[in-house]
Design a protein around this ligand. Structure first.
Ligand code: UTP
Length: 274
């Protein structure tokens, strides 16, 4: 059973400065809903009941968002506008939120390691909320991965084919196809030069991990920029254990980039108006 979902949300979001100077990137709205709420709803759909959020300085808005707001709710009730907060209150009522602060921003791998206290000794999902995944009337992307975990009981990364010129922005897998949309990973490389990339299959912000990744993360040396990469840890893990890569069904928007964020807003707005 995957009950917990970890949300590394401590990054600086420098690509969105000055908007992210005092508010976290994960609170930027796509239409009217903050990115992190889409992520939490996806985890809820996948039957997770605990959202473990790794935050940093200046990220208190996330905790406030997932909390009740007496005055506002009272005000909305008097004005018969409760529907405006209904989705958010449903989320708050249907899961528990736990938080830990990453004291130094030492990369995604370090953020996941920081979450160890919240996760404990059980398999867990990871959602990077700035990768917005919309399932086109099917199961949520994390839900698809949980189904796969229940079959294979091993770590899984979500992958997507990307254009060769963009491969240097991602972790890229070298894998053997097991069945349609499922690869067994031989190795992974972080941000390769496109001409040396082992494939055009890039890892996006959804993972299922098992707790035996934590000791490996502890032992992973930081890269040139001083960051601990989850790709390096999974690469080590895959040498002796099975790690799967899954071509998910759905649409992913890279909302960590301006282009992806604007596209998500336009597409979801058009969908809402249709
Ligand atoms: P990114 O590199 O996309 O996020 O990290 P960033 O650093 O916030 O963005 P830019 O590049 O400066 O604009 C991917 C995810 O990992 C989290 C981020 O919050 C994001 O969800 N992260 C990254 C951490 O939680 N801690 C870190 O030290 C680094």
């Amino acid at each position: 059973m995957i009950r917990k979902c970890l949300f590394p949300a401590a990054g600086y979001g420098t690509r969105f400065l000055p908007a992210t100077k005092a508010i976290p990137k994960e609170m930027l709205p796509v239409n009217t809903k903050p990115l992190i709420q889409y992520g939490v709803e996806e985890a809820l759909e996948a039957c997770c009941d605990t959202m473990a959020i790794v935050t940093g300085r200046g990220k208190r808005a996330i905790e406030d968002h997932f909390d009740i707001s007496y005055e506002l709710e009272h005000q909305l009730k008097s004005a018969k506008k409760e529907h405006l907060l209904k989705e958010t209150i449903d989320v708050i009522n249907n899961c528990a939120f736990t938080y830990i602060r990453q004291k130094e921003m030492k990369g995604l791998g370090h953020a996941i390691l920081t979450g160890e206290n919240l996760i404990g000794n059980e398999p867990f999902g990871v959602i990077l909320a700035d990768d917005l995944c919309i399932n086109n009337n099917g199961k949520s992307v994390l839900g698809q991965m949980v189904d796969l975990y229940n079959r294979f009981k091993c770590p899984i990364v979500a992958i997507q084919e990307v254009e060769s010129k963009d491969l240097d922005k991602y972790g890229v897998i070298d894998g053997v196809m097991l069945e349609d949309s499922i690869y067994e990973i031989k190795s992974m490389v972080e941000k390769p030069n496109p001409k040396d990339a082992p494939s055009n299959l890039a890892v996006i912000g959804r993972y299922i991990l098992t707790p035996d990744i934590f000791p490996i993360l502890y032992a992973t040396t930081p890269d040139k920029r001083g960051e601990i990469q989850i790709t390096d840890a999974l690469n080590k893990y895959a040498k002796n254990n099975r790690v799967l890569a899954y071509v998910f069904k759905g649409t992913r928007y890279d909302c960590g980039s301006i282009d992806g964020f604007i596209k998500a807003n336009v597409d979801l707005y058009n969908k809402m108006k249709a």
